[in-house]
Design a protein around this ligand. Structure first.
Ligand SMILES: C[C@H](CCC[C@H](C)C(=O)SCCNC(=O)CCNC(=O)[C@H](O)C(C)(C)COP(=O)(O)OP(=O)(O)OC[C@H]1O[C@@H](n2cnc3c(N)ncnc32)[C@H](O)[C@@H]1OP(=O)(O)O)[C@H]1CC[C@H]2[C@@H]3[C@H](O)C[C@@H]4C[C@H](O)CC[C@]4(C)[C@H]3C[C@H](O)[C@]12C
Length: 373
């Protein structure tokens, strides 16, 4: 796999860094999640696929020293704590990069390693708010709406951090040197929304929230409820696709206001909603499947793996515990990801095995155990 042979130490975090570690593991990296001792923490990492777990108390000297030893043989360290925590543990980048100059030291935070909020707590919604993106999300006359914790935690955090790590790994093949990856979720969310910034002068966003082309303002870029209480997603932006949407709705294009007549959008949305409410989701699929009307069923998590298109591509996979989840993406033709089918690791499940692999003797391991580290 693309990342075979890459050794990653992922210090256990809440949600973003576990996704980063899982992506690296799915594409072949050996990921060791460094957990707090089993006695004190409940495992909340639901993205533990393909990882092994080592539990060690970093707050005590020998525990931090053990992590420093592990870092000597690691390619990547991912730390999910607020700014300054690792320095407090004596595990900051100055120390670890001094001891292993090839180490890629990834720091996944909400606000970054500098700036007045660097030491503040926060969650996805806070980062999304500070990025400016949240101000653009939500329906007309409603409060801004954060789409679960997908945009800052995962897209702007876990995925962006994994990308930074992989870029640093590639750069290291030329320079032979590691570096610090300062992944701020505020900046990650802002960066992935560059389109919002760059398209300001295209007239896409110059109306209030929820009144624009792509933010539920337009009748042809919206979801509509069907007779059976499900939904259809409509994305017929271009005139040639919009024409097929209108045909599928059995409307006469010539009798409708112009597609881009903003002032008519609210009335057109009501008309479309009334029409969509007359048929079931399955009936609308029979009308629109195979056309370029850009109309698709809004599938639940229970339905996605059964949808013909997703089945044909194998877009969703099952592990040994019969749990369904998305197949890693993107699909590399020659070296695809092979996600582990095994259950996620228990906290500390592989402590001894990992320490042995990283050069600790059985006596040293016994000592760490005896000192309850
Ligand atoms: C599932 C819920 C989360 C959903 C995602 C949510 C929406 C997010 O946005 S997650 C993104 C959060 N932000 C970041 O990750 C940015 C960077 N990180 C931070 O800013 C901070 O880490 C923080 C704000 C997230 C948390 O701050 P905190 O003060 O807790 O920690 P830090 O300052 O970073 O310091 C870490 C300290 O830990 C010490 N440490 C670390 N490793 C070790 C070790 N191996 N040994 C010893 N010590 C270690 C380190 O030294 C630091 O110590 P000091 O502080 O003394 O310096 C989940 C959201 C809330 C969860 C629930 C909640 O936690 C309560 C229960 C907890 C229980 O254990 C499990 C069940 C819970 C109900 C739990 C369930 C879910 O996980 C949540 C709902």
């Amino acid at each position: 796999m693309a990342l075979s042979g890459v050794r990653v130490l992922e210090l256990a975090g809440l949600a973003p860094s576990p996704l980063c570690g899982m992506i690296l593991a799915d594409f072949g990296a050996q990921v060791v999640r460094v957990d707090r001792s089993p006695r004190s923490a409940m495992n909340t990492d639901v993205q533990g696929r393909g990882k092994r777990s080592l539990a060690i108390d970093l707050k005590r000297g020998p525990g931090a020293a053990a992590l420093r030893r592990l870092c000597l043989r690691a390619d990547v360290l991912v730390e999910p704590f607020r700014h300054g925590v690792m320095e407090k543990l004596g595990l900051g980048p100055k120390v670890l990069l001094q001891e292993n100059p090839k180490l890629i030291y990834a720091r996944l935070t909400g606000f970054g390693q500098s700036g007045r909020y660097a030491k503040s707590a926060g969650h996805d919604i806070n980062y999304l708010a500070l990025s400016g993106v949240l101000s653009k999300l939500g329906r007309k006359d409603e409060n801004p709406y954060a789409p679960v914790n997908l945009l800052a935690d995962f897209a702007g955090g876990g995925v962006m951090c994994a990308m930074g790590i992989i870029m640093a790994l590639y750069e290291r093949t030329k320079s032979g040197k590691g570096q610090v990856v300062d992944a701020s979720m505020v900046e990650g969310a802002a960066y992935l929304s560059s389109f919002l910034w760059k398209s300001q002068n295209l007239g896409l966003w110059n109306r209030f929230r929820g009144e624009n082309l792509l933010d539920s303002g337009a009748p042809f870029y919206e979801t509509y409820k069907t007779l059976d209480g499900k939904f259809m997603a409509v994305g017929a932006i271009e005139p040639q696709f919009y024409e097929q949407l209108v045909k599928g709705l059995e409307l006469d294009l010539d009798k409708l206001p112009s597609q881009l007549s903003f002032s008519d959008w609210p009335e057109m949305k009501k008309m479309f909603a009334a029409i969509f409410s007359k048929k079931t989701q399955a009936e609308w699929c029979r009308i629109f499947d195979g056309t370029d009307a850009c109309v698709t069923p809004v599938l639940s998590l229970d339905e996605v793996a059964l949808h013909q298109h997703n089945k044909e591509r194998g877009s969703f996979i099952k592990n040994d515990q019969e749990e369904i989840s998305p197949r890693p993406s993107p699909l590399l033709s020659r070296t695809p990801a092979t996600p582990s089918p095994r259950r996620d690791p228990f906290i500390g499940e592989h402590t001894e095995e990992i320490l042995l692999e990283f050069g600790f003797t059985k006596e040293e391991i016994a000592k760490l155990h005896s000192e309850k580290l």
